[in-house]
Design a binder for this molecule. Structure first.
Ligand code: ADP
Length: 289
């Protein structure tokens, strides 16, 4: 079997309380999972379930209280990791956060995108090439000389993504990166995320509490109270309607409608996630009667 790109082995994490050295109760509890290279995985859970903590462990912003984490076969919880090793992991796994304003550092878009590779000591001509390519990938080339502050939320987030891509990461963790955007911005960013995975082969971990976004992944991992409670394809996960409701999550509207109809005795399949197919099923139901 292929080596997973990310592997968590019995990982627990506790934050420190106000008193030094005293740990609070764990917010991640004995979590184990593997993420295949090139996959698009959504991590779903309501607020406070531990999703951001998990993201920060992958990017080495936090260090597990217990357990081991492997990136591309390398044990990043090993005490012998040097500062350079940590830097290398952070370059290979980029992170995009919730608030685009906190991630933009320069006053001109192209300078902002160049910031990461500049810090890595990349040659100027190579930086130019990477910046142009990254802006092209997120569909923002025409804005390269604009000030980021004149852009919409979705456009700013795409610039933040370009800044990460310019460092040539193998994986990007999106931590609620669509949560602050309007519907149009969300759609722009989701399309960009999907393209990065499908066309550029970047492994994507998309942390969200939005069901309709999670449906677009290859795999959905549901976290509740610091533990993985469901893990499967979107179809498998969203067919567990009762289990999702138990952990305080809704299901996509399509699933909810079909599930309720099924429970009322109608002949429909509630595991269908595609809106058009749902409409077909409803039409058949109505015309058939
Ligand atoms: P999510 O991303 O799913 O909203 P988080 O990982 O941010 O969840 O938080 C999980 C739990 O850890 C929550 O109960 C939160 O209050 C707690 N927590 C997060 N950050 C800290 C911190 N710096 N110190 C103490 N507790 C924290």
């Amino acid at each position: 079997m292929r080596e997973p790109f990310i592997k968590f082995e019995n990982v627990s994490y506790s934050y420190e309380g106000d008193e030094e050295g005293i740990l609070l109760p764990p917010v991640l509890k004995n979590v184990s999972f593997e993420i295949e290279k090139g996959s698009f995985v959504a991590v779903l859970g309501h607020n406070g379930s531990g999703k951001s903590t998990l993201a920060k462990l992958i990017n080495m912003i936090l260090y597990p209280t217990e357990g081991r984490i492997y990136i591309d076969g390398r044990d990043i919880t090993d005490e012998n990791m040097t500062e350079d090793d940590v830097y290398d992991i952070r370059r290979r796994i980029g992170m995009v956060f919730q608030n685009p304003d906190n991630q933009l550092v320069a006053t001109v878009v192209e300078e902002d995108v160049a910031f990461g590779p500049e810090n890595l000591g990349v040659e100027p001509s190579e930086i130019r090439r990477r910046v142009d390519e990254a802006l092209e990938t997120v569909g923002m080339s025409e804005f390269k000389r604009h000030s980021p502050h004149q852009l919409s939320g979705g456009q700013k987030q795409r610039i933040a993504i370009a800044g990460i891509i310019a460092m040539l990461p193998e994986c990007i963790v999106f931590d609620e990166s669509t949560a602050m955007l309007d519907p149009r911005g969300r759609a722009e960013v989701m399309d960009t995320i999907e393209r990065l995975n499908r066309e550029n082969g970047i492994t994507v971990l998309h942390i969200t509490h939005n069901m309709d976004e999670a449906v677009r992944a290859d795999r959905v991992i549901v976290i509740n109270d610091g533990r993985i409670c469901i893990d499967g394809t979107p179809k498998e996960v969203f067919s567990s309607v009762e289990q999702l409701r138990l952990v305080g999550l809704d299901v996509p509207q399509v699933t909810e409608l079909l599930y309720d109809l099924e429970n009322c005795g109608f002949d429909v399949d509630h595991t269908e996630l595609d809106e058009e197919k749902c409409a077909d099923a409803l039409a058949k139901l109505i015309l058939g009667r």
